[in-house]
Structures are given as C-alpha cells and as structure tokens.
Design a binder for this molecule. Structure first.
Ligand code: FES
Length: 136
C-alpha cells in the first residue's frame, strides 16, 4: 500500500476548474508494470507504472465496472480483466471495446456504447507521484 501524503501542490492556483496535484504514492513503492489502487482526495484512483511513465485513471471499467487493478498493462495500454476492453492510458481513449466481434459486438455496443476511461495528469517530483484532480 502506498503511503499517500496529505501535501497538495496547486497547479496555477486554486479555483473552479483548476487542477490540484495531490501526492498519491511514492514512486519507489510502485513497481514497474504494477497496477495499484490508491486513495486520492476522497476517491480511489488506479496508478499504472510502465518504466519511467506513471499513469492515473479511474479504477472501474467504463463498460461494466470491472476492477481494472486486476487487468493487464502493456506499455500505455490497459486491458480490462472482464471482457477485454483496451484503453490508452495517455488519454483514456478506447483502443478496443470488449473482446467481442462481428454482429455480437455491434449489438453489444448499441446497448453500451464505447466510453473512454477517465484519466488524470501525473507529475513525478523526485520520489513523489502527484496526481492532478480537477477542482470543482
Ligand atoms: S467490464 Fe471492462 S470490458 Fe466489460
């Protein structure tokens, strides 16, 4: 478990719509290739590390809410463990919507259209991993 700190770093000040960076984890506590759930400002965030890159996303898959911390990471592509949807962690866009194909995918996508995975900006400051959460 990461030892998330309480220190917050404002990015461009505070106010409506501003992104506030909060320490979510120590980089040394996040192994290469690891997916880890951490609490950040009252919500659960998924951190994914691949080499020197760290990504932050929602924990739940936008398809049917599977726990993405049980998925697989390959570079910047995260694959959902339940139906195989793939998301690009650089911006959350859908690379593949489920592992269905053909007519079944067509009808399944009508029922639940493809939705991007919400992603959050990450800054690494020394050993601190900071996640940017938009202000309200
Ligand atoms: S719940 Fe993730 S692909 Fe279905």
């Amino acid at each position: 478990m990461c030892s998330a700190g309480k220190r917050r770093v404002p990015a461009g000040g505070f106010g409506k719509g501003m992104t506030e960076y909060t320490e979510a984890c120590r980089l040394s506590e996040l192994r290469d290739g690891e997916l880890k759930k951490v609490p950040v400002r009252g919500r659960e965030i998924l951190l994914a590390r691949w080499g020197d890159q760290v990504y932050a996303t929602d924990v739940l898959c936008p398809h049917l809410q599977a726990d993405l911390s049980e998925g697989t990471l390959q570079g910047h592509i995260l694959t959902c463990p339940m139906h195989g949807s793939r998301f690009d962690l650089r911006d959350g866009h859908v690379v593949r919507w489920t592992d269905l194909s053909g007519t079944i995918l067509k009808y399944a996508s009508r029922a639940i259209p493809p939705r991007p995975l919400p992603c959050y900006p990450v800054r690494v400051d020394g050993d601190r991993v900071l996640v940017g959460i938009p202000g309200v």
